[in-house]
Design a protein around this ligand. Structure first.
Ligand code: EPZ
Length: 419
């Protein structure tokens, strides 16, 4: 028996949706919390499977975790540095943040290779370059990394690619390192600012997060604190795209519009009607949207995580749209699933070419990764008939209560089990 999500298409959406806390900030904040010498309370935690996986890893480390509504209280007082070889470590990519956190705290970590969405090659060479620059040795054997250092010393590290994960991991490894660490060509994503904000609240000395040069002065102690997570810009963007695709009027609340400016300006270029508020975005129905070309880039460029749901939207736009993903050049599996539903998409020269508008028809499709799942949910809302989405665990890893949120705006969505 397999759990699926079913969606009956053809129902225009109406109403409002509140965006949850950022998945990609949360999965870094939880490991970062263990660097403190006392309890860290994080609020605005999304109800997603990745959080459950990370809490399971915390408990392996004997870290006390208390969940109260959307708050997590993480108390590392009695923590024990344990080899992280349990299967749960392979359930998500973000488990690799325990490399930087445990190396930073203890000078030693042994951890299995992380898992997560297959989007094409996802090496961690830049993370390792950073750890070695700080004075650590890194060995990889039988699927496990052993990273250790007698003492960590500040260093200057240039990232060949502005990697989100490497920037965060090096920041965490450097908070207790002796002296100054400078990360050059650092990633500038908002989630990095959120992690730096938490660490500075704990007593770290981090400057420049959000720019391409981040400086970390090593300190000797980090205290517990309280932190509220920033809204999830990718979830917000997903619902703005959904609204533009099939809503008469949809208000997306708890948004930092600046975080999805590349998306909203691109949607307006297609002819979508958006009203940008202080902390919300109102999408209303527009007639006659037309195709555009998209090239994904590191923040503040068009987010790679939004090119997949955007592809579904572009199947309804008149003309030809091109999508080039410079971050994950192979991130096109969603196109094959959309083709099954009637989309006119071809992939050539590393780009997807989307011809629209195309009528979509419900079918049995598979979420090959988290954001492909989002693209298929939007396609299901647009399609004639019922769409059955398999491998829904991908969606539940990153979208908090997507069923409830869609039902509240008039979507007809339910879960079922099939043979
Ligand atoms: C983060 O992944 C996000 N995940 C991804 O979101 C997001 O797509 C990605 O950043 C890009 O924005 C989390 O934050 C948990 P990267 P991350 O290191 O850190 C290459 C989602 O759907 N690279 O910035 O793994 C890499 O292969 C997920 O929420 C190296 O070559 O991304 C990729 O081409 C999917 N060597 C590019 O850099 C390295 O050592 C960007 O990767 C590290 C990365």
């Amino acid at each position: 028996m397999e759990k699926v999500i079913k969606i009956e298409g053809g129902h225009r959406l109406q109403g409002e949706v509140k965006v949850s806390g950022s998945k990609n900030a949360t999965v870094a904040l939880i490991p970062a919390a263990v660097l403190a010498n006392g309890p860290v309370t994080i609020s605005g935690v999304p109800g997603i499977a990745d959080v459950d996986s990370l809490c399971a890893i915390l408990r392996i480390l004997n870290v006390e975790v208390t969940e109260k509504e959307d708050h997590l209280i993480i108390d590392p007082t009695s923590m024990k540095n344990t080899d992280l070889t349990a299967d749960v470590v392979t359930k998500l990519r973000a488990s690799y943040y325990f490399m930087g956190a445990l190396l930073g705290k203890y000078g030693y970590v042994r951890i299995r290779m992380p898992g997560g969405c297959y989007l094409g090659p996802r090496p961690i060479t830049l993370h390792i370059k950073g750890f070695e620059a700080l004075g650590a040795s890194v060995e990889y054997e039988k699927g496990c990394y052993t990273i250790q250092a007698d003492h960590l010393k500040g260093a200057k590290i240039f990232l060949d690619i502005p990697s989100v994960g490497a920037t965060v991991n090096i920041m965490m490894a450097a908070v207790y390192a002796k002296g100054r660490t400078v990360i050059e060509n650092a990633a500038k994503e908002p989630e990095i600012i959120d992690v730096a904000t938490l660490l500075n609240k704990m007593g770290a000395n981090i400057r420049g997060a959000g720019t391409n040069v981040i400086t970390i002065e090593g300190v000797s102690e980090l205290q517990g604190c309280f932190h509220e997570i920033i809204p999830d810009r990718i979830e917000a963007g997903t619902y703005v795209i959904m609204g533009a695709a099939c809503a008469d009027s949809l208000l997306i609340k708890n948004v930092i519009p600046k975080h999805i400016e590349a998306l909203t300006s691109k949607l307006q270029e297609t002819g979508a009607n958006l009203e940008i508020g202080i902390d919300s975005i109102l999408v209303t129905k527009s007639e006659g949207i037309h195709g555009v070309n998209i090239t994904t880039k590191p923040y503040p460029g068009f987010a790679t995580d939004l090119q997949q749901p955007m592809t579904t939207y572009l199947t309804q736009a008149a003309g030809i749209s091109e999508v080039l993903d410079t971050v994950y050049p192979e991130r096109f599996k969603h196109c094959h699933e959309l083709q099954r539903m009637g989309a006119d998409i071809e992939i050539s020269m590393g780009k997807s070419l989307i011809k629209g508008p195309s009528a979509l028809y419900g079918d049995k499709v598979t979420a090959t990764d988290l954001r492909c799942g989002a693209a298929l949910v939007i396609a299901g809302l647009l399609a004639e008939g019922v769409t059955e989405i398999h491998d829904v665990y991908h969606i539940d890893r990153g979208y908090d209560n997507i069923d409830g949120k869609l039902e509240a705006m008039g979507g007809v969505i339910w879960r079922d089990t099939v043979d």
